[in-house]
Design a binder for this molecule. Structure first.
Ligand code: SF4
Length: 606
């Protein structure tokens, strides 16, 4: 069967038996889950019974594209990666903004699925619906950028797209990334799953054109969309200041981590040094767009040689999460030092969110006397950027204390009896947002299926963005405790899950992409008609598949809980409100999602 929007084929690579094969995917599957994260969740759901553990060869890695993956559709250059997470032991997913997605589709595939474990380091080369498993011994040990560059050089082909792991993935760091020179799949430890399979990289070369049901209409629509998204107030602000344009305002309202989330605000003069506005005036060379993006939130920075860089650094700079977790969270206000931390994590293959969290946790543990204040000559203390940069390397290579920290906050806290100040949900470290600033955030943190996550929903209605098609108004009631907030959270979770299935960057939503725009893009791309209701059903279905996976792996209502710290007032604010209301909301949430009162999926429509 021929598809527009989808290819209808997925590639399986069995590394244990050195076999590859293609399977067809029926249109019914795409009708149910669309693609991207939906397809990844569906494949893991089908194979879950055979998966014996996150780092066992039986774990499955799915690299999936979506129906809107297209080199002409704005903000669609993303690949969704699904797996069972070594950090949390439950559903894990991550998304990379990269042209790899286009090339996978142009190679004739909607997804590449990797199972088994190679005997020695390998990479997979994919082109024209075929794959080779090739020796990667010479690349083992290289960082991510070196791996990409070396593969391009050795294959004599600058046009190939690569996703790779760095030393952190090779050393099975539980929060290691899958990444390349243009994007990072940071969360949940997919890099360690690749490392456990001896899989250093996946290379893809796509040569076929992507076919559309209505190509002329699509091109016309995209021209208009580019103008709308690029010229919206939020789009313009993201281009000017990057995501770090939110640092100042979040510091004001207590939505930023400070001192391992114990404080709700840091000194304005210190914070000013690391805002997006300051970056624009200092180290920013230019906004950097993912391909086809009219917004360009990424930052291409230039840092002169000095304390942190031996030579001039020109490359991707830190975004909001990184600046907050390494900056305000660790009381570091040196933007160039944070740029160095970011570069180290990106190249070595570490998630900056989890890394900033685990270092914040260990600083507090040292302060509380649970571990020595000085280890291997490193002073574990707030504000010590030199220590942070050295710890990053130790974590990536599992050296000394790095071996402990590489296990993530939950395991470290259990080992040293620091559970009271371990900030995670279901083992995934908290992003740079705070449930005490937006109560709806708190409910979403405990109900998103991969753990503490800010991307599985959006709090943008509380920042002035309405979604009329879902009957959601712009709101200014951050502490509203009514059950109506539960509906808003579910709707926003379903909408953002839809984005992950399409796949599109969520800043498209902030910049003004409406559900009607999505319906039009799907029509011109696939030739199929969707409604707001069917798209929201798809979002809900994917959420339930992931919850079902979590249920099978032991998750129930007992795990849907906030870390104690998020139920404690900020130590340095007297206006903090604590989201105890989550306990009242959860039974309502389960009912409205159609779960049992224990938070278990009753039936799946797949
Ligand atoms: S808004 Fe930023 S992350 Fe999203 S597609 Fe554009 S450049 Fe990439």
């Amino acid at each position: 069967m021929a598809f527009f929007g989808w290819v209808g084929k997925v590639l399986y690579v069995d590394l244990s038996n050195s076999k590859t094969w293609i399977e067809s995917v029926s249109g019914d599957v795409y009708d149910k889950v669309l693609g991207g994260e939906g397809l990844a969740a569906y494949i893991i759901y089908k194979h879950l019974r055979g998966i014996k553990g996150p780092l066992d060869p039986s774990n499955i890695l799915v690299f999936a594209t979506g129906p809107l993956t297209s080199d002409i559709i704005p903000q669609s250059g993303r690949v969704s990666i699904g797996f069972i997470s070594p950090l949390t032991g439950i559903w894990g997913s991550t998304h990379v903004g990269t042209r790899f997605a286009y090339d996978l589709k142009r190679a004739g595939l909607d997804a590449a699925i990797v199972i088994g474990k190679a005997e020695k380091p390998v990479y997979i080369y994919i082109a024209e619906e075929q794959a080779d498993i090739r020796d990667a011994s010479r690349y083992w040990g290289l960082d991510i950028v070196e791996t990409v560059n070396s593969l391009r050089r050795d294959l004599n082909d600058q046009s190939i797209k690569v996703l790779a792991i760095g030393p952190a993935g090779e050393h099975l760091v539980k929060f290691s990334t899958i990444a390349n020179e243009e994007g990072i799949g940071g969360r949940a430890g997919g890099g360690a799953v690749m490392g456990s399979k001896n899989l250093k990289a996946i290379v893809v070369k796509g040569t076929r054109p992507i076919e559309y049901a209505y190509p002329e209409e699509l091109r016309r629509y995209v021209r208009e969309l580019n103008v709308k998204l690029g010229s919206s107030a939020r789009g313009a602000s993201l281009r000017k200041f990057g995501s770090a344009g939110s640092v100042g305002v979040y510091n004001e309202i207590g939505n930023i981590p400070v001192r391992n989330f114990a404080w709700g605000r840091w000194d304005d003069n210190e914070v000013f040094k690391i805002t997006g506005e300051t970056m624009t005036k200092t180290i920013l060379e230019r906004p950097y767009p993912c391909t086809t993006c009219p917004v360009a939130c990424k930052r291409f920075v230039r840092v002169k040689p000095g304390k942190w860089f031996d030579r001039e650094f020109r490359g991707l700079g830190p975004e909001y999460e990184t600046i907050s977790l390494f900056g305000t969270n660790l009381l570091i206000s040196d933007l160039e030092a944070i740029a160095k931390m970011n570069e180290e994590c990106d190249r070595l293959g570490l998630d900056t969110i989890s890394t900033g969290n685990v270092i914040g946790f260990i600083f507090e543990a040292a302060e509380k006397g649970l571990i020595n204040k000085e280890i291997d000559g490193l002073r574990l203390e707030w504000g010590n950027a030199d220590t942070v940069i050295k710890l990053i390397r130790k974590i990536a290579y599992r050296e000394s204390i790095g071996d402990l920290l590489a296990e993530g906050v939950r395991r470290v806290s259990e080992k040293i009896s620091g559970q009271d100040f371990a900030v995670h949900v279901k083992g995934l470290e908290m992003p740079a947002h705070d449930g005490r600033a937006f109560f709806a955030h708190a409910l979403s943190f405990v109900t998103i299926n991969r753990g503490a996550d800010h991307l599985g929903w959006s709090h943008m209605p509380w920042r002035g963005i309405a979604v009329p098609e879902l009957s959601i108004n712009a709101r200014d009631d951050r502490y509203n405790e009514s059950d109506e907030v539960v509906d808003v959270v579910i709707k926003m979770q379903n909408l953002m899950t839809l984005y992950d299935a399409l796949i599109m960057c969520k800043y498209a939503f902030s910049a003004g992409l409406t559900v009607s725009d999505i319906i039009n893009l799907l029509r011109y791309t696939t030739g199929k008609e969707y409604t707001v209701a069917t798209l929201m059903e798809i979002g809900d279905r994917i959420w339930k598949i992931e919850r079902w996976i979590d249920n099978q792996l032991g998750i129930t209502n007992k795990d849907d809980k906030l870390p104690r710290r998020m139920l404690t007032p900020h130590a340095n604010r007297n206006d903090t409100r604590v989201p105890y209301v989550v306990e009242k909301w959860l039974p309502v949430y389960y009912r409205r999602r159609g779960l049992t009162e224990d938070g278990v999926v009753k039936e799946l429509d797949v």
